[in-house]
Ligand binder design. Sequence first.
Ligand code: GLC
Ligand code: MG
Length: 426
Amino acid sequence: MDRLDGPPRLILVTDLDCTLVDHDDPENTDLLRFNALWEAHYRHDSLLVYSTGRSMRSYLSLRNKKPLLTPDIAITSVGSEIAYGGEESMVSDDVWVARMGEMWNREIVLEETSKFPELEPQPVKSQEEHKVSFFVGREHAVEIMKVLPGRLLERGVDVKLVYSNDYAFDVLPKGSGKGGALTYLLEKLESEGKQPCNILVCGDSGNDAELFNIPQAYGVMVSNSHKELLQWHEENAKDNPKIILASERCGAGMIEALQRFNLGPSVSPRDVLDTENFHVEVLDPAHEVVQFYLLYEKWRRGEVEKSDKYLQNLKSLSSPLGMFVHPSGVEKLIHEWIDDLDNLHGEEGKEKQFRVWLDRVSSSLISPETWIVKFDKHELSDGKVRSCSTRVLLSCQEEKEKLTWMHIQQSWLDGSCSDDQEKWIF
Ligand code: GLC
Ligand code: MG
């Protein structure tokens, strides 16, 4: 959370499965649309929070399968764990861990729940220190929910029960849950003088309901929401104008909410990419780099005609003297690398799966005319993701009213290697 100096303009809190991540879309279209929008227009002054029922391990394995951006905060195991920062520097919130331990005793929970034969334990990988999870049908769940908390309380254990998707039953410490964790985070931000201007919560199922109970928050139930969430809304929040049911699925529904609540830009750079006029209208370094890599993606996917004009336009964005230092160490003029792109136009759909997305875009003005933009660049090609850390020097020449690429430097990120380097350009 320390990444931002002041209060965040927006905190966007989203569930993953069937909210940000559409498991029915192997192309990840809306997730990639959301990513481009977030990096171009929100990353610099807003906070991205994932809130998932998955354990930390399971969340990290999803990140390996789907093009998910690095969040500022990850709330896992239905709000019972909170961690800050990206993978390489992830820090768990020990204050929260200690709070989860109050009036909680896993052994007693196991003992009391074992008295209900209908509760079928979820696999070991879904069990955590502060989360005991089962599978059970709705009718039984309703009955058990009436008696279990009382029995546990008699033994000094205060719990929260969460039922989701007509099968998942979680027993958690009382203060936990997605709502409990978010309330805690908001209090923490407030105590640091960083109260967010706006909050948007996004979800699709039972364990998300609590998020919609946060009084200050706007909320979007994506169009594919589970009926249990819609029913909860009907019974508890029907008259709250800050909560909407989107007309679009998953990530598209989230973008729709940004627009309907007027929370900031709501047009993804993926939706407006102008393949004729390459210059971004506003001088915005983050938007500039996002757009450049989308133009590159379009070429590699063969979504634009193979014409010299396109490459000339791409060249017009950079200085004729600008250098690109490839992660292998090879150094050439940016314009020479663009010439090499000629062979990599994805004609005949050969590169149909090719995708590029940027993560953690940050920029700083290092002189009145010069920006340094840093980001992680991920490229999916031939079914494999390769990643590198990138720095770009952009110069703003006022009379031209545009940003000019002066220098690009990349280095491989962990695990990415250089087996077919000739295909890695930019
Ligand atoms: C996720 C978790 C599961 C939990 C469910 C509902 O699917 O893996 O353990 O029961 O969310 O919260
Ligand atoms: Mg979900």
